[in-house]
Write a protein that binds this ligand. Structure first.
Ligand SMILES: C[S@@+](CC[C@H](N)C(=O)[O-])C[C@H]1O[C@@H](n2cnc3c(N)ncnc32)[C@H](O)[C@@H]1O
Length: 233
């Protein structure tokens, strides 16, 4: 599986909760950042549950029509790539997966329309927030996933390199008061392995931060070590 650019691809809120190993009951009252939010419904689901949540993605600069077209085009391209890909377990239900992405997109678009100020256009490694503005910072399917294929990611040639990962994580930690969770912390292959960049980030956390790898119930069609990296201070 390979992607020449970062895909504008989003999951259902309940899938995101599962991939981040997150029990909302344990985070009542938390200010949450989802970066990148993509066209996913995590923000909408947490907001409906009473959370103060903000999502960031560079593509949020686009108007709704363009955003929807981009999401549908990227979904088609991604589904074409996934069909028959050796990184995915045979029998993994891609039709259901497609429907889930479409359902997430609808909920995302409606929530963005209702809460435009909570969907902010920005890019790692520079976020427009104060230090420790959020309690919990979630980041799915950007770090590690978009490293080069040689480094365990999806990009055929120049992916996000290790230096970029260190800058991006420093920024996510800067805006978090308590916790950061990164998913996936594993390589994108059938027998997933712990991602080498994730090991490097964990080994070089700034003072007062610590972390661990945790297995996650989220099933994306890979086997092996499918994990989330949980960081806290
Ligand atoms: C595969 S989606 C992941 C969305 C969601 N977090 C999930 O796990 O389903 C990756 C997202 O990263 C966004 N992106 C690309 N470069 C970025 C950057 N430098 N900083 C933040 N987001 C970025 C893309 O626009 C895209 O929406």
């Amino acid at each position: 599986m390979e992607f020449a650019q970062v895909v504008f691809y989003g999951r259902l809120g309940k899938q995101a909760l599962s991939m981040f190993n997150l029990d909302p009951q344990q985070w009542r009252g938390a200010r949450v950042l989802d970066c990148p939010g993509g066209p996913g419904s995590l923000s909408a689901v947490l907001r409906a549950d009473g959370f103060d949540v903000t999502a960031v993605d560079p593509l949020y600069a686009l108007a709704e029509d363009s955003l929807k077209q981009r999401a549908l085009a990227d979904l088609d391209r991604a589904m074409g790539q996934l069909a028959g890909d050796p990184a995915i377990r045979p029998g993994f239900d891609l039709a259901a997966c497609r429907q889930e992405h479409l359902a997430a997109l609808d909920v995302f678009l409606a929530d963005r329309r209702a809460n435009p100020d909570r969907y902010i256009a920005a890019s790692l490694p520079a976020l427009p927030f104060a230090d420790q503005q959020f309690d919990l910072v979630l980041s799915g399917h950007l770090l590690f996933s978009y490293a080069s294929m040689a480094d365990g990611g999806l990009m055929p040639a120049e992916g996000l390199d290790l230096a970029w990962h260190h800058r991006a994580l420093a920024e996510l930690l800067r805006v978090s008061r308590r916790a950061v969770r990164l998913y996936p912390a594993h390589t994108i292959e059938r027998q997933a392995r712990r991602h080498p960049f994730a090991e490097s980030l964990l080994a070089e956390l700034p003072p007062r931060w610590s972390g661990r790898f945790a297995s996650t119930p989220y099933d994306q069609g890979h086997d092996g070590q499918t994990e989330v990296l949980e960081l806290h201070r």
